[in-house]
Design a protein around this ligand. Structure first.
Ligand code: FPP
Length: 247
């Protein structure tokens, strides 16, 4: 039986998050500059988005640029930002055709104006799509997110809009950039690295973590199916013991 048909629809994660890693090493393996790896990474973005939507996954979050990535060489940053503009302008039609809504998390106002503009246009054009939401984490880091949520809540508290007793987990979740999006059940990281790199630290509290040695430009539908099948074999206990779980 092929991998796709082994996936149980009733146990499908509704939200998958991916740390796309290994573009640079993939390029090096091919004797090419790092940007070649990013360009080939776009194919993996397209494949995983298509595969997730076909399966019925409701949210797919991709870590495309972290707040720390500004430390990279200027040329690489410029090339990545240009690639984002190109990809967004080209792929919005595909998103429309596939009924996929685009959303972004991160401090996107600080992106170069053309990237920011292309992103806002994509978000606006796809805002009524319903099948799946594709969330791009851009100029994102979990510590930034937790800090901006805390600042927002501190201000609301100061303005008398919230009181201390009513402050709970939901209040905090709703102040994060992921407000309204269920937490990811599955986190995938490619390229053999096993760390979270400041990605969705609050939201991944109970996620299953899946690490694959595949470099991101080589990531295809089959790899996504493998990760989901691995996820479906795990027992998610949320602090309980096996015997307490409803089958
Ligand atoms: C990580 O590999 C990759 C990135 C930081 C950028 C990801 C961007 C894309 C795939 C391009 C387009 C994206 C979208 C959403 C349209 P790395 O450079 O850290 O690789 P290395 O660890 O091998 O150096």
């Amino acid at each position: 039986m092929d991998l796709k048909s082994q996936i149980k629809p009733e146990k499908l994660p509704s939200h998958i998050a991916i740390i796309m890693d290994g573009n640079g090493r993939w390029a090096k393996q091919h004797g090419k500059p790092r940007v070649f790896g990013h360009r080939n990474g776009v194919k993996a973005v397209r494949e995983s988005t298509e595969a997730a939507a076909e399966l019925g996954v409701k949210y797919l979050t991709l870590y495309a640029f972290s707040t720390e990535n500004w430390k990279r060489p200027r040329l690489e940053i410029d090339a990545l930002m240009k690639l984002l503009v190109e990809t967004l302008s080209k792929e919005v039609n595909t998103l429309m055709k596939n009924d996929i809504k685009l959303r972004a998390i991160g401090d996107i106002k600080k992106l170069p104006p053309l990237t920011h503009k292309a992103l806002l246009e994509g978000i606006e054009r796809t805002k009524n799509n319903k099948r799946m939401t594709l969330i791009l984490a851009l100029n994102y880091s979990a510590k930034w997110d937790i800090l901006q949520a805390s600042q927002k809540l501190a201000q609301a508290f100061k303005d008398g809009l919230i009181d201390a007793e009513a402050f709970d987990e939901k209040t905090f979740s709703n102040a994060l950039s992921t407000a309204g999006i269920p937490d990811p059940e599955l986190l995938i990281r490619t390229s053999g690295e096993a760390r979270l790199s400041n990605f969705l630290l609050w939201q991944l509290a109970y996620a299953e973590l899946y690490f694959t040695p595949t470099f991101w430009p080589d990531f295809r539908k089959e790899q996504l199916y493998k990760a989901i099948l691995d996820f479906q074999q795990r027992e998610r206990r949320f602090g309980k013991i096996s015997e307490q779980l409803v089958p």
